[in-house]
Design a protein around this ligand. Sequence first.
Ligand code: HEC
Length: 112
Amino acid sequence: MQRIAGIMAVGGLIGLVSMGSSLFRPEPPPERIQRAGMIVQREDCLTCHRINNEGDDFAPDLSRIGSKHPAEWFKPFLLNPQRDDPDSPMPPLDHLTDEEMADLVAFLSNLK
Ligand code: HEC
């Protein structure tokens, strides 16, 4: 009986630890990353930007962009890149669906 209680305690501990790590480092599920990848391709982000050694270096490298801005920064910027710099050549992403935008933001803010 004591032994069973011990096993249950260990199981509970593992459960807590794995729950804790996903709370502290939330990562988007793979299908969201995949959908974001398709948006990046469709919108030609890599003709200007580089992500993990892929793409052009005309615009800032996005490989660690999630460390530079908080998650909530991305959507308003992506909807209107000319907000801060009217001369920005970056095309606004105002034609994305809400779900596409959420997937793209989840992807970008996890590039760290
Ligand atoms: C025509 C070139 C071009 C394209 C295409 C483009 N961008 Fe940009 N982007 C820029 C430039 C230039 C900047 C630098 C800041 C500015 O001018 O607005 C920038 C800035 C950014 C930033 C902020 C960078 C920083 O260091 O703060 C993000 C995030 C970003 N772009 C994401 C994207 C994504 C995602 C796509 C595709 C959906 C995309 N861009 C497509 C030119 C482009």
